[in-house]
Write a protein that binds this ligand. Structure first.
Ligand SMILES: Cc1cc2nc3c(=O)[nH]c(=O)nc-3n(C[C@H](O)[C@H](O)[C@H](O)COP(=O)(O)OP(=O)(O)OC[C@H]3O[C@@H](n4cnc5c(N)ncnc54)[C@H](O)[C@@H]3O)c2cc1C
Length: 400
């Protein structure tokens, strides 16, 4: 059997390796999703060799510096058990591990997709890819859009565009924090440190390379970066102005996580989401995974996990299809391929909807008028519910 020609668009294929070396923060990979994908790819041991289980800890401060929760010392109530088993890994390490596992030449670097066009070959449709450099690749039986928030593949399947989530702010990095400021380093701890004010947040995360990445996020308008009057071309002044405007009631340590950041630029970052329950009618030969299918704001911390879960389920469907095709007539292969993709999509729509609902719930907790108290209460309630369910399972008494 001739294998179907499959193209995966994205997965960093439009970036150069050198650019990406400087990108992105730490990720926690979850047991039931990303870790399963790594196991099936035979990469779990490699992942565990670089993973940081010690980074699975959270601290929550009030803007005045009062510590509400510190999972490393047991102050406040720990998050429910469902948050366990999620070791941290730097994006660059994860990416290198995934790329190194592929045969050389699998990724075509620097090919930016402009459009996908369909042509008929016999009774079946196939797809041609047109790239920004003027080149074309032809006759793909399946095109998988893994090209993120502003996917060029999505418009062939869905008219829906990502919508502004209401959250905007800045993203900065403080390198080598232990050497630069030991007190700040202690403030952040080994994992994630949140300083939660009324609708205004500083989210800081330690990375394996010794830097701390911080996000100053709040409820703002989509065009805020252009209209707020901050001169982004002068990063040092921009950070001061930003903090003076929005973080006056935050303590100096939390502000220093932004002030002492050493990036050459300060990046305003509006957050976008596709609507909860985004889906499309199945179309043979085309599909989406990851942010292209269901971009979510990062407040449930699931985007990469869901993207890897998508990849896992699509791969399983395609492998099952290959096995069926090996036993059937060639003329039915396109139909089997289409059914395999449809199976992946139907299950993915259900999963993505649940994750998107969670994301909105966490967004409201991150930007709550009662700040960190609302999030701590949420964790306590969830924990109580989970304990109740576990007790119910042990005694056989159903939860009311
Ligand atoms: C600030 C922030 C913090 C986050 N924190 C977390 C977290 O802690 N945990 C978590 O699980 N998730 C987190 N996320 C979400 C996570 O980053 C995304 O969900 C994840 O990267 C999605 O992966 P993806 O491959 O689908 O898309 P992307 O990572 O966006 O990759 C898409 C790729 O496609 C390429 N591309 C785009 N257009 C084209 C084109 N025309 N032709 C060819 N290639 C193209 C892009 O260059 C890119 O390399 C965070 C997101 C943000 C913004």
């Amino acid at each position: 059997m001739t294998p179907p020609k499959i193209a995966i668009i994205g997965g960093k294929s439009s970036d150069s390796l050198a650019y990406w070396k400087h990108q992105g923060g730490s990720l926690d990979l979850h047991e039931g999703s990303a870790q399963v994908a790594l196991r099936e790819a035979g990469l779990f041991d490699q992942f565990m060799a670089v993973a940081r289980p010690e980074g699975e800890v959270l601290k929550i401060y009030e803007p005045n510096g009062n510590l509400l929760l510190d999972e490393s010392t047991g102050q406040g109530e720990r998050r429910p058990d469902s948050f366990n088993g999620r070791p941290e890994v730097d994006r660059v390490q994860l990416r290198d591990m995934l790329i190194d596992s592929l045969s050389p030449g699998t990724i075509h670097w620097g090919r930016k997709l402009s459009t996908v066009k369909t042509t008929a070959v016999g009774l079946d449709s196939v797809y041609d890819l047109h790239f920004a450099d003027g080149t074309t690749e032809t006759e793909f039986s399946l095109v998988v859009g893994a090209d993120g928030t502003w996917s060029r593949v999505r418009p062939l399947l869905s008219d829906t565009r990502p919508q502004f989530s209401g959250i905007n702010g800045v993203d900065v990095k403080l390198s080598n924090i232990d050497a630069v400021d030991a007190k700040l380093s202690k403030r952040v701890g080994l994992g994630m440190c949140l300083t939660l004010g009324s609708n205004t947040t500083i989210l800081s995360q330690r990375n394996g390379d010794g830097c701390v990445r911080s996000y100053g996020f709040m409820r703002l308008t989509e065009d805020w970066a252009r209209t707020c009057g901050i001169d982004w071309s002068r990063p040092a002044e921009a950070k001061k102005q930003f903090l003076d405007l929005y973080y006056r009631d935050f303590d100096q340590d939390s502000k220093d996580l932004i002030l002492k950041a050493d990036d050459e630029s300060v990046i305003p970052r509006p957050m976008y989401m596709l609507p909860v329950g985004h889906k499309w009618p199945h179309r043979a030969g085309l599909t989406l995974i990851g942010d292209a299918a269901h971009v979510m704001a990062p407040f449930a911390g699931v985007g990469v996990n869901v993207a890897m879960e998508d990849a896992l389920h699509l791969a399983r469907s395609l492998v099952a299809c290959r096995d069926v095709c090996a036993k059937t007539a060639v003329k039915t292969h396109e139909r089997h391929l289409s059914n395999a993709v449809r199976d992946y999509e139907e299950a993915m729509f259900v999963r993505a909807e649940a994750y998107a609902k969670d994301t909105w719930m966490y967004l409201d907790l991150f930007f709550h008028e009662r700040g960190g108290h609302a999030m701590c209460e949420h964790f306590a309630n969830e924990k109580q519910q989970q304990q109740g369910q576990q007790q119910g399972q042990q005694t056989g008494v159903p939860e009311m």
